[in-house]
Design a binder for this molecule. Structure first.
Ligand code: MF3
Ligand code: CO
Length: 289
């Protein structure tokens, strides 16, 4: 199975192995020998794949901008869903959520105590004081992108305002913690530290994920954890970071009626922000936000 120095690289770049991923593989092998978890080759993207993911993300970002300029008090989450569906299709793209494990809609709209996977409905009307996460994922020419933002409807309480802000800071700190040849656990440690310092808790049952060629790839990205642990992060990996931060306890329950929507167990508020990021040779690039 060994690739010769002058053979074509396994990544699909068409370059000779010695000019492409040879040193990279040697460095990974060393880390593996030291007992670290190393990423499988399938999740290391080449240039062409990264370009494809960027094109998908461009549409995903435009969709979130469209949501941002249309979302308002009195509208239903179904209207948001339709807005996203129609625009996505007009761009020659497909909402990745739609039919994903049977998910019935194009986006997730999670309000107040809903942690994630809120299902749009004409019966759910946005009202003054709500905080809502709109999570949008797009497939374009076979490539996947994924991001979500929080929106405040009208005047929200001071505590809601703070939760939304701190959650965004958690995402930013998680991204700052990403270093090529660093560790997955560095991300969760940074997020957990900031959330808990502010008296909040980090959701355990859901996390970020690899993305790009499939919707949810390896690795699972926990938003809590310990520095220097978990999978080694290397250039060419594309992952989401999407902390769900609760005002109260981190525990959840899933609505037995739709088997999708997760709520905080204690009824407290929950917020979430999500970006898709690429790990580069010298840091990170935010691909979808
Ligand atoms: N977009 C979500 C994420 O950020 C996944 C939604 S899956 C769905 O990982 F089926 F609920 F749409
Ligand atoms: Co995601």
């Amino acid at each position: 199975m060994d690739i010769g120095r002058n053979d074509k690289c396994w990544c699909g770049s068409e370059l000779k192995y010695k000019k492409c991923h040879m040193e990279f593989d040697e460095r990974l092998q060393e880390l593996k020998n030291q007992g670290h978890i190393i990423p499988p080759r399938e999740i290391i993207k080449n240039k062409e794949q990264i370009e494809g993911i960027r094109r998908s993300a461009k549409i995903n970002n435009a969709i979130l901008d469209l949501v941002s300029s249309n979302i308002k008090e009195g509208m239903s989450t179904e209207e948001l869903d339709k807005l996203v569906y129609d625009y996505t299709i007009s761009q020659g793209a497909i909402p990745a959520d739609l039919n994903y494990y049977g998910y019935p809609k194009s986006i997730c709209t999670s309000i107040n105590d809903e942690v994630c996977h809120g299902i749009p409905s004409e019966d759910i009307i946005l009202k003054n004081g709500d905080i809502i996460n709109v999570d949008v994922s797009t497939i374009f020419e076979g490539y996947f992108s994924d991001a979500s933002r929080m929106f405040k409807i009208g005047e929200v309480s001071e505590n809601a305002e703070k939760l939304v802000r701190v959650c965004k800071e958690c995402l930013e700190k998680g991204i700052e913690a990403v270093k090529p040849w660093g560790f997955l656990g560095d991300i969760g440690a940074a997020i957990q530290d900031h959330a808990e310092k502010n008296g909040y808790s980090v959701v355990r049952d859901f996390g970020g994920h690899g993305v790009g060629i499939k919707f949810q790839e390896e690795p699972f990205v926990p938003h809590y954890g310990k520095k220097g642990t978990g999978m080694v992060l290397v250039p060419g990996m594309v992952i989401t970071i999407e902390p769900m931060i609760n005002e109260g306890d981190y525990r959840l329950y899933v609505d037995p009626k739709n088997e999708w929507t997760a709520h905080t167990k204690d009824g407290s508020l929950s917020a979430q922000w999500e970006h898709t990021i690429l790990i580069t040779e010298d840091g990170t690039e935010i691909i979808s936000k």
